[in-house]
Design a binder for this molecule. Structure first.
Ligand SMILES: [Zn+2]
Length: 139
């Protein structure tokens, strides 16, 4: 029986969560794309500037044996950081490509929505929480 109130709209009780944390709203997508663009810029700068930072240690500088070790260690750490940055940059670019293709936000493994909360924390992640966990376990 109708009570007189038109019920054409679905219940708005859970508002934005309507499809229980699944597909992204256009606003969320824009937000994440902005984040990705910024991240890409950050990491590109990092990777590019690393070329100048990773100069060989100046051996004629009057630094002791220990500090030279330090410098070498710092250098290899910097190199490792660049590797990480490069890897993330790849993920970020891939994510931006998926946005263009309109498949962003889906897990590459199970095709379930990754979820806004997770994407907000790491917008470049291509997998949902459980698939990511499985991949890390199987390594
Ligand atoms: Zn998945």
């Amino acid at each position: 029986m109708f009570t007189g109130t038109p019920v054409s709209q679905p219940s708005t009780e859970n508002g934005e969560m309507m499809s229980s944390g699944s597909e992204l709203t256009p606003t969320e997508l824009t937000d994440l794309r902005d984040k990705l663009e910024k991240l890409r810029h950050e990491f590109e700068t990092m990777v590019q500037s690393s070329g100048t930072q990773a100069k060989p240690v100046q051996l004629d500088e009057p630094i002791g044996r220990l500090s030279r070790m330090d410098a070498l260690q710092q250098q290899s750490m910097a190199r490792a950081n660049v590797e990480t940055a490069r890897h993330r940059l790849e993920l970020i670019n891939a994510a931006l490509r998926r946005i263009r293709d309109g498949i962003y936000g889906e897990c590459l493994e199970c095709e379930e929505p990754i979820g806004y909360a997770r994407l907000k924390a790491s917008p470049e992640s291509p997998f949902c929480v459980s698939c990511q966990g499985q991949r890390e376990k199987s390594r």
